[in-house]
Design a binder for this molecule. Structure first.
Ligand SMILES: O=C(O)CCC(=O)C(=O)O
Ligand SMILES: [Fe+2]
Length: 401
């Protein structure tokens, strides 16, 4: 969650009936069905009685001890390299692009066997983020249980938990027509982040399920960017240089934001040093471990140089289309990402719709760097016999014409 993304909970009074749904382009014959279409419009659901009222956001006034180190063994290491257990139930599987993002259809996340869960972890580690449509059986208890299979769940110190209580390790994403104008609060690049990387053991497998949102085409998409791929964008000299550096990740900005809103900070904010390049324990691949949201400094180099690196990594993550994937949500869809190797960004422009999602995040290993590890591109190129792609900028071709 980006530093100030969460909103206070206010009960909306929207009672207008659905008028039309802009997301009907997939119907085979609109003429026959007498469908009306108005570009750029989606209906707003009536909000009087809300089925997920108990899962709306609350900010409990409680205080927790600092996080202690917890054991973590990555289940993905047991996964089948071809994901055969998981895919035995799939009706379709396809990538969104070569570097990041895969959708699997026909799988019920609430009913996976342990070997399927291991494959799932391995697939998420490999593809960065995996999408599952229409997971109606995966209620919040099942979503938690699946997260717990992978390890200890993270409890967020500042963002919202469900009103229901007893779900302190669930993070609630919520906006409705009463919410403040998000565009006024955040520049689009500021929205890019990975979750809680200031923790000693930042999360790995993280699921987000949308309970309610704009109908298809109504906005509120989420984007992810691969940090394996960021590493592969760098020149060999830059890769080597960054491999020796550590960055500071700070929880302070988020805590200050909560205090400014009059909310309790449930655990003392921490600042943690992590390697700027890390190795993934399942794939063995190197990835940049940078977070536009929480990295405040790079240690041991002049401040101006640290700022230049921070600026450069920010630019690569937020503007390189080939390393990004964008997901258009529908109700009950789930995105499962590996927070170690992805940044992500919400998008706005869907007001006044209600958009409500729940996130479960598993704490992972302490980030480490193994100098003998390979990059994603290095392994893929070797596996498929592809030539090395040149990284020099001397090409004469002009893509801007
Ligand atoms: O609302 C979204 O699309 C993403 C929210 C987010 O950053 C999170 O749940 O970690
Ligand atoms: Fe997030």
């Amino acid at each position: 969650m980006a530093p100030f993304l969460e909103e206070p909970s206010t009960h909306p009074e929207f009672s207008s009936k659905p008028k039309f749904d802009g997301g009907l382009l997939d119907l085979p014959n609109r003429k026959e069905h007498n469908i009306q279409y108005e570009p750029g419009r989606t209906y707003v659901e009536g909000h009087d009685e809300y089925e997920y009222d108990d899962l709306r956001p609350a900010f409990p006034d409680v205080h927790w001890e600092p996080l202690k180190e917890v054991p973590y063994h990555d289940r993905g290491t047991k996964g089948d390299p071809q994901f055969r257990n998981l895919l035995s139930d799939a009706t379709d599987i396809f990538d969104y692009n070569p570097k990041i993002g895969t959708e699997i259809d026909g799988i019920n996340l609430a009913k996976l066997t342990d070997t399927q869960k291991d494959d799932l972890a391995r697939l998420i580690s490999t593809r960065g983020v995996v999408f599952f449509r229409n997971q109606t059986d995966l209620d919040i208890d099942a979503q938690r249980e699946l997260g717990q299979y992978f390890g200890h769940l993270h409890k967020h110190a500042t963002t919202a938990a469900p009103r229901r209580g007893g779900l302190d390790d669930i993070h609630v994403v919520y906006t409705d027509e009463k919410s403040k104008n998000q565009r006024a609060n955040f520049s689009p690049t500021f929205l890019w982040h990975s979750d809680v990387t200031y923790e000693m053991q930042p999360p790995s497998y993280t699921s987000l399920k949308v309970l309610t949102g704009p109908s298809r085409g109504g906005g509120g998409d989420t984007l992810w960017a691969s940090q394996y791929a960021v590493y592969d964008l760098l020149s060999p000299g830059m890769q080597k240089y960054l491999e020796g550096l550590e960055a500071l990740h700070s929880a302070q900005i988020q805590a200050d934001g909560s205090i400014a809103l009059g909310r309790t900070v449930r655990r003392e904010p921490v600042i943690t040093k992590h390697p700027l390049i890390r190795t993934h324990p399942v794939t063995g691949w190197k990835s940049v471990f940078f977070n536009p949201g929480f990295v405040t400094d790079i240690i041991g180099i002049p401040k101006a140089e640290a700022n230049a690196i921070i600026h450069y990594l920010n630019e690569l993550i937020t503007t390189t289309q080939e390393i990004q994937v964008r997901f258009q949500w529908q109700k009950h869809d789930v995105a499962f990402w590996d927070n170690r190797i992805c940044n992500h960004s919400a998008s706005y422009g869907f007001a006044p719709h209600r958009r409500h999602a729940l996130r479960v995040a598993t704490q992972a290993e302490r980030p480490y760097f193994d100098p003998t590890s390979k990059s994603q591109e290095e392994e893929m190129n070797a596996r498929y016999g592809l030539p090395k792609v040149s990284k020099d900028g001397s090409s004469q071709s002009n893509y801007n014409d």
